[in-house]
Design a protein around this ligand. Sequence first.
Ligand code: NAD
Length: 374
Amino acid sequence: MLNRSVSRRRFLASSVAAIGAASLARFGSSLSLAADVASPARKLGFAFVGIGNFATHELLPGIANCKYCEPVALVSGHLDNAKRVAAKYKIDPKFIYNYDNYDSIRDNPAIDVVYIVLPNGMHAEYTVRAFAAGKHVMCEKPMANTVAECQQMIDAGKGAGKKLQIGYRMHWDAATLACIDALRKNEIGKLEIIETATGFSIGDPKQWRLNRKLAGGGCMMDIGIYSLSAARYLSGEEPTEVFANTYQDTSDPRFKEVEQHCDFQLKFPSGVQASCLSSYATPLNRYVVHGSKGYCVLEPGQAYHGIKFSKTEKGVLKPVDVVGVDQFVGEMDGFALALAGKAPFMATGEEGLQDMRIIEAIYASARSGASVKL
Ligand code: NAD
């Protein structure tokens, strides 16, 4: 969680810790790089496509705290709402687009990055069109509904010579990074078992998250992806085999089209096993990593703010203090720094594609009742 009173030195250190998540060893060298871009000539201009709950309540307030990014345009089907949001964030009303004139963003040089915050089933189309308009893209998770769509998005970015980042905000979370750091330093010994659980009780049966075409699936696509992604970043490995079960009570109006529970096991090359749960019917939010000498807990496992990291010392679980940047500042400023050549690219399209490959294997295993090799 961003501690807004941290000194600039600590801010840079924590930004860099975040930006170096893929390789925490990069911490020191990235610090001076971040300092180089303390005064960028111009902030990167972001256009937000879809101003629903997440864009309104998290991403727009998040970008308002960014050092290297600012909101400059909105794409929405609801003009009145877009005008209200534009006024709040001092966005020129001339830069409000709708889904019909979306492609004309190509003529607006103030837009550097298009941030896609639409239902999952629309991510691929709107990403490909943003690349065709010559813009970089940030796209929310899950990257798309299928592996084929993810590949299409990556190819479109390469074809346009533009970059793609997926909205994996946990890659910038300070408690998560501290936990990964402790695991890589063998502070709980050799890793053995990872338990991840993410879920919530979903409401309105008419919402797009419960519509297969728009959501791509049920709890696994929306919230189970956090359990999956965590098993990958906590182990630091890629799974080689998956076994999964889904459950769906079709007499519940919410679960006519998509699964309500999905539990899955992952095997990793080192022998680490992950046991992962996701649900649209009950709140779940805890990650536990068991090693040969102790265990670590992230609780909640994923949240916008306030994740707590604890670790055993001589058998006793103790909280660990961490300081870091806000996840949304981390992901957007991190993208800006990477585009400026000052930090590595994180949460790339390939990362989103890898999650989607595993999710397709999870669904295949649940359908067949057999494990699936990856
Ligand atoms: P939402 O329903 O609140 O907003 C969706 C937006 O898409 C709205 O502005 C809506 O008007 C627009 N839209 C355009 N066409 C639509 C259609 N056919 N049906 C429904 N909406 C349509 O959803 P949200 O919670 O803001 O989620 C948007 C995206 O962000 C999803 O991909 C979701 O997975 C992702 N998300 C990510 C996080 C995160 O922590 N990274 C959190 C929440 C949501």
